[in-house]
Design a binder for this molecule. Structure first.
Ligand code: FES
Length: 387
């Protein structure tokens, strides 16, 4: 064997595996040395942790920087969105402004998927729980790189449904955030698919076949383990969020109480945009809630006939006001911040002061919220919309 053919045999093998590349003197003894200097494979727990974490790190390192930015933002945001729902004490409580049942009912009005939302409204707690868990799983799965195409498609579907419901009435459309999120998920899906396609092409061109490439959708034992770990992490995150959830900000079940339950507001009456005293008298109209069921400084949501989603705010012991929740900027539904006692729009930050006719005190809204006339019935203690 000539010296050149001997070198070709030895280093031809090494070149096929570039990791232990060797540049020292070309002798058989020294050429094998790198194989003995490699760190031993991790064992036991270390091996399990290594085999679990390595795919996560690699999944980030193989992606272009633009995809990493999208992935980090979408993953963290979806995880936070799911946790935030479960940590909201009012999300599962009727009467709260953030109650999922109220949201489904309000979103269904004029939505192209109104039928689906009304159907989900029959099982609001189940629907809310499914949405929150799906968001947490999608967020964690995206961050960990588990089932990236599946979760990117899931994120796209979630935001597409929200575009057709929660922000369907926002005009112009680009002021609604859900359509932008849907487009971001679609871009991430296409980017991941394209990265995979190029990786497969690279393997095929190097080896002449794709035997070692796992096709999308192939689920091995490792994938099953990672999927189980993801499910466990989702449930743990959801449990922690539910455990730290505060009590509902608004009076729980206020809309379900029977008339005549309270008397704190007896002898006083209030109307949208201001309050006024009134002589004791029975009031005809549509009852909203018992005044005594709403703590001072808190608010509840209700649907006002002919107006739609509305908020009833108790300003003082004998004073309540009501306004439409439809923001005058682009149509999002405002919420209530009990700590500052103002109505706040989640879309672009408009702020309205319920104690002063819902006048605009911040943000881009051009006009106050629409007031709704309400009255406190002295005899029953109910807040009613007079007929
Ligand atoms: S919709 Fe833009 S601030 Fe409310």
């Amino acid at each position: 064997m000539t010296r050149d053919s001997y070198r070709s045999q030895i280093f031809g093998q090494l070149r096929s595996n570039p990791a232990p590349r060797y540049s020292g003197p070309m002798t058989a003894t020294r050429a094998r040395a790198p194989r003995h200097t490699l760190p031993p494979p991790p064992r036991g727990r270390h091996r399990s942790a290594d085999s679990f974490l390595r795919p996560i790190v690699e999944s980030w390192s193989v992606q272009p920087a633009a995809l990493r930015v999208l992935r980090a933002f979408l993953g963290v945001t979806f995880f936070y969105a799911g946790v935030q729902k479960l940590a909201d004490g009012g999300f599962f409580h009727p009467g709260s402004l953030s109650y999922i049942g109220t949201q489904l009912r309000e979103f269904s009005q004029g939505s192209p998927i109104g039928g689906l939302l009304r159907f989900a409204g029959h099982v609001p707690v189940l629907t809310g729980l499914a949405i929150a868990l799906a968001e947490i799983a999608i967020g964690l799965g995206t961050i960990a790189g588990i089932g990236p195409l599946l979760f990117a498609a899931g994120g796209f579907v979630v935001n597409l449904l929200l575009t057709l419901s929660a922000t369907w009435h926002v005009h112009p459309y680009f002021l609604g955030s859900d359509s932008i999120y849907a487009a971001a998920w679609l871009a991430y899906f296409v980017g991941v698919a394209e990265t995979r396609r190029r990786a497969r092409q690279s393997i095929v061109s190097r080896k002449g076949h794709a035997a070692s490439y796992a096709p999308p959708g192939a689920i091995g034992r490792r994938e099953m383990l990672r999927g189980s770990a993801l499910a466990g992490a989702t449930l743990v995150s959801a449990s922690v969020a539910a455990a730290v959830a505060g009590s509902p900000a608004a009076a729980t079940n206020a809309l379900q109480r029977h008339p005549g339950g309270g008397s704190a507001g007896a002898g006083r009456q209030a109307s949208g945009g201001g309050s006024s005293g009134g002589a004791p008298q029975a009031t005809q109209g549509t009852p909203i809630a018992s005044l005594s069921s709403i703590p001072v400084g808190q608010a509840i949501g209700f649907t006002a006939p002919g107006v739609g989603p509305a908020a009833l705010v108790r300003l003082g012991p004998d004073t309540v006001v009501a306004y439409s929740r439809v923001c005058t900027h682009a149509g999002c539904l405002v919420g209530y911040d009990a700590s500052s006692r103002i109505l706040v729009c989640p879309c672009h930050g408009a702020e309205f002061d319920p104690a002063h006719g819902a006048e605009v005190i911040g943000g881009p809204a051009p006009a106050p919220l629409t007031p709704i006339k309400v009255t406190v019935d002295r005899q029953t203690g109910q807040v009613v919309i007079p007929s």
